[in-house]
Write a new protein. Structure first.
Length: 181
């Protein structure tokens, strides 16, 4: 007895960004719907998979979470080389992490080309939720918008802590990454 094979689209995703912006936490939220206040830092890289279904199709994400520390940066090309998508993450309360993210985007476009789908993610939005004056927001909207338009990025404001927008990021990648014919 056989069952009809459900078509599966496999998408390799790499996470890049400064240390402690919440890359591993975003992956943990998406894969296990969990959050930890203090986490062991990732050494080198971690690999996880997660399947979601969309329009009767299975999308399998192969997720490479890279360590943010500068000493691991030389390893990054190994992880982004064959990626169809990237999450480039910064912390919305940390200006330096935004400029680091900008560097990663430029490196991806230079080394991988423009076919890769890049989502820029401003993480830790929960830290701004009671901040009406946006005093702790490190990057004002025009600066972010500017980068997104110039580099053709998807943009999400998210929180691994509350789960805000985390699923939507991956769902959107599933829509934007072209199916191989
Ligand atoms: P990574 O080095 O980029 O992988 O960052 P981690 O995922 O290890 O997170 C670094 C720290 O930030 C940890 O203490 C997390 O609990 C915390 N963190 C991660 N995401 C969020 C978030 O959305 N909101 C808040 N408030 N803290 C977060």
């Amino acid at each position: 007895k056989h069952t009809a094979a459900i078509p599966t689209l496999t998408i390799k995703v790499v996470l890049l960004g400064e240390s402690a912006v919440g890359k591993s936490s975003i992956v943990l939220r998406f894969v296990s719907d969990d959050f930890k206040e203090s986490k062991e830092p990732t050494i080198g890289a971690a690999f996880l998979t997660k399947r979601i279904t969309r329009d009767g199709k299975v999308i399998k994400f192969e997720i490479w979470d890279t360590a943010g520390q500068e000493r691991f940066a030389p390893l990054a090309p190994m992880y982004y080389r064959n990626a169809q998508a990237a999450l480039v993450v910064f912390d919305v309360t940390n200006e330096g992490s935004f400029y680091k993210a900008q560097n990663w985007v430029e490196e991806l476009h230079e080394k991988v080309g423009h076919d890769i789908v890049i989502a820029l993610v401003g993480n830790k939005m929960d830290l701004l939720n009671n901040d009406d004056e946006n005093e702790n927001r490190a990057m004002k909207a025009p600066a972010v918008q500017n980068l997104c338009e110039r580099e053709n990025l998807l943009y999400f404001e998210a929180s691994a802590k509350t789960g805000e927008n985390i699923y939507q990021i991956f769902q959107t990648l599933g829509e934007k990454v072209p199916c191989p014919e």
